[in-house]
Design a protein around this ligand. Structure first.
Ligand code: 13P
Ligand code: ZN
Length: 273
């Protein structure tokens, strides 16, 4: 197979991975209208192949992302519906190319008229995360942002607008949360959607976590694959759903005892929290 054909196949594979998770987000009911966005650093796919395509005019980035110099990011378009990304990922995602200083990006155009698609309005957060991941040589390359009902509902309760409290509660609901999201979620107080401020607060929260909960907005996770990022949010939302089910039935939620959680952590070699 020629290099071009293998790069083509790789991009097809990436789009299939994103489409599958976009479908999950829609089925979960976490993706009303255009809610949510997904991005993936695809710089390991042949640069030569990607560079041989046409690109639209450069768009200036402020701040700049020096760790993303010459890199390629595949990202869902702003206004796109996850159910449409599922059905037709090629039409609802675009590839952007950053210049040699990470100061500008250009959208890969599929024909002379371009794609007509602009990257997600949360691009500041997606790029800031990919920049941080590249700077720290971390293995994660996918960012998934979505609007999970239960987790968002939790942030409408003042008592749970606190990172420590929220994690303790969610870990106590089921062993999976303690095991697979042992680092818990990072909490970000309400900030305007699509801003650098939100991006910076998210980067700070990701220093110790792989999942971030944006107060009264949604959730975001990073993963080596889109499925891995989705799983983290799914597990946390399941914990929250069980918590609310007990509450709605009128019961106090006891949760797993601290001594049992400690034993679980010891058995699976997870540092004490
Ligand atoms: P986009 O349609 O621009 O991706 O926005 C959706 C969203 O969830 C914003 O936070
Ligand atoms: Zn959102």
């Amino acid at each position: 197979m020629s290099d071009d054909r293998s790069a083509d196949a790789e991009i097809k594979g990436v789009l299939e991975e994103i489409a599958e998770v976009a479908g999950f987000l829609w089925q979960k009911g976490w993706a009303e209208r255009n809610a949510g966005n997904i991005s993936m650093n695809i710089s390991d796919i042949s640069h030569q192949y990607l560079k041989s395509n046409n690109f639209e005019l450069p768009v200036k980035l402020n701040p700049t992302f020096s760790n993303l110099a010459n890199q390629f990011i595949l990202v869902t378009g702003t206004g796109t519906r996850m159910r449409d990304v599922f059905k037709n990922p090629d039409k609802h995602c675009c590839i952007i190319s950053l210049d040699s200083e990470g100061c500008h990006y250009r959208i890969l155009s599929k024909n002379d008229a371009g794609t007509g698609l602009k990257p997600t309005s949360e691009l500041p957060t997606h790029l800031a995360i990919h920049d941080m991941l590249a700077a720290n040589k971390r293995p994660e390359r996918v960012v998934v942002h979505t609007h999970p009902d239960n987790l968002i509902a939790l942030t409408h309760i003042e008592e749970f607008c606190d990172e420590n409290r929220i994690n303790k509660r969610l870990w106590s609901i089921q062993p999976e949360t303690c095991l697979f999201v042992h680092d818990g979620l990072g909490f970000v107080n309400y900030l305007m959607t699509g801003t650098d401020e939100l991006a910076q607060a998210t980067i700070r929260a990701l220093q110790n976590h792989r999942v971030v909960l944006w107060e009264k907005h949604g959730c975001l996770a990073i993963g080596k694959t889109a499925g891995e990022a989705f799983d983290l949010i799914d597990i946390l939302d399941k914990s929250t759903s069980i918590f609310f089910t007990c509450k709605k039935a009128g019961y106090h939620v006891d949760g797993i005892k601290k001594t049992d959680l400690d034993e679980l952590r010891r058995a699976f070699g997870i540092a004490g929290k």
